[in-house]
Design a protein around this ligand. Structure first.
Ligand code: TRP
Ligand code: SF4
Length: 330
């Protein structure tokens, strides 16, 4: 047993990841490995809450996503990487939590209301309403101190804490309350200046080659007020500059900003500087991810081994849970 604190987080199997996923979560997950005992999982059941009919894509999406996880530096020797649906104890714990969770707690969760509105759902499923409660089971199963998530997931961690309290008060104290470890997320615009998102078709993928990235950055949207080379621009209004803030060191970045404000450089010059700093680190990730993607059997083995380890942990938690609920004659 290690004495390190534990962290747990999960991602739905969405296939190939983009720069926004990397900078918003994955990069942070990789760094947390230095200090914590990490559990990271593929939220395969969560994907069904909005996309049940496309479940057939889950296996390939899982492999592609894992290639990105491993390419970015998640290390299966140090972290437990697993698939939710290979640890069916999560479903049992979800069921037991559902007995002590008022409906109102779930109806109030902002992501639920947003989903129902955004997708225009006329009769949202029981599973969609229960999504954050399944997440509470995912989390509490491993009794982590911390859950690294973005700001949008904070209400789910809050609910998790309430559920832990309710369980502990109803039966006996089993679950410590975890905290959200907020990921500092830089602004990651897509090539059209809107938030990077695969469905908007504006994403730079971790699997893109340097040539593909170059071809996406060259026509990228800039400060809309800078129409001609001779017009001065405002870096603060330019999505290319948001990428400079992520990749380019201070000195060359300041030089670009000055060149922009004085119309001393053109946008293509500015983008060329960005590419010099952006391509090498991304090429490193891509090369590693391609080596893994070429050996899907190895990825499957990593996930099976991680799921076996996760399940060992989950079984111990469920032994405690069953003991305090105490349903069967001994
Ligand atoms: N809801 C998370 C998301 O959409 C994914 C998730 C499922 C998760 N279970 C989790 C994240 C447990 C952290 C902990 O991104
Ligand atoms: Fe954006 Fe650079 Fe063009 Fe300025 S010079 S508008 S920062 S791309």
């Amino acid at each position: 047993m290690t004495s390190k604190q534990r962290v747990l987080s999960g991602m739905r199997p969405t296939g190939k990841l983009h720069l926004g996923n990397y900078l918003g979560a994955l990069d942070n997950w990789v760094r947390l490995q230095e200090e914590y005992d990490c559990f990271y999982f593929v939220a395969s059941w969560h994907a069904l809450t909005t996309d049940a009919e496309n479940s057939g894509q889950a296996p390939d999406s899982t492999i592609e996503m894992l290639a990105d996880w491993l390419g970015a530096g998640l290390d299966p020797q140090r972290s437990t990487l697993f698939i939710q649906s290979l640890v069916p104890e999560h479903a049992e714990l979800h069921l037991l939590f559902s007995m002590v969770t008022p409906l109102g707690w779930l109806e109030r969760v902002p992501t639920y209301k947003e989903m129902v509105e955004q997708l225009g759902l006329e009769s949202p499923s029981y599973g969609l309403l229960g999504y954050p409660l399944l997440q509470a089971a995912d989390i509490l199963m491993y009794k982590p101190q911390w859950v690294p998530v973005g700001i949008d997931q904070v209400p789910h961690v809050e609910l998790t804490r309430e559920v832990a309290r309710r369980f502990n008060n109803t039966w006996k104290p089993v679950f410590p309350e975890p905290g959200a470890k907020l990921t500092e997320i830089p602004k990651v615009p897509g090539t059209d200046g809107r938030k990077m998102s695969k469905s908007l078709g504006n994403a730079i993928l971790l699997s893109d080659t340097p040539e593909e990235i170059t071809a996406k950055v060259k026509p990228m949207m800039t400060d809309p007020a800078r129409k001609r080379r001779s017009d001065p621009g405002t870096p603060g209004l330019c999505p290319v500059f948001d990428l400079h803030k992520i990749f380019t060191p201070d000195a060359p970045r300041d030089a670009c900003a000055t060149g922009c404000r004085t119309a001393g450089i053109g946008c293509l010059d500015c983008k060329a500087v960005l590419l010099t700093h952006m391509l090498p680190p991304l090429a490193g990730i891509r090369e590693r991810r391609e080596r893994f993607a070429a050996k899907p059997r190895e990825i499957v083995e990593i996930l099976h081994e991680g799921s076996r380890r996760a399940r060992e942990f989950a079984k111990k938690t469920m032994d405690e849970v069953r003991a305090v609920i105490n349903l069967e004659p001994k």
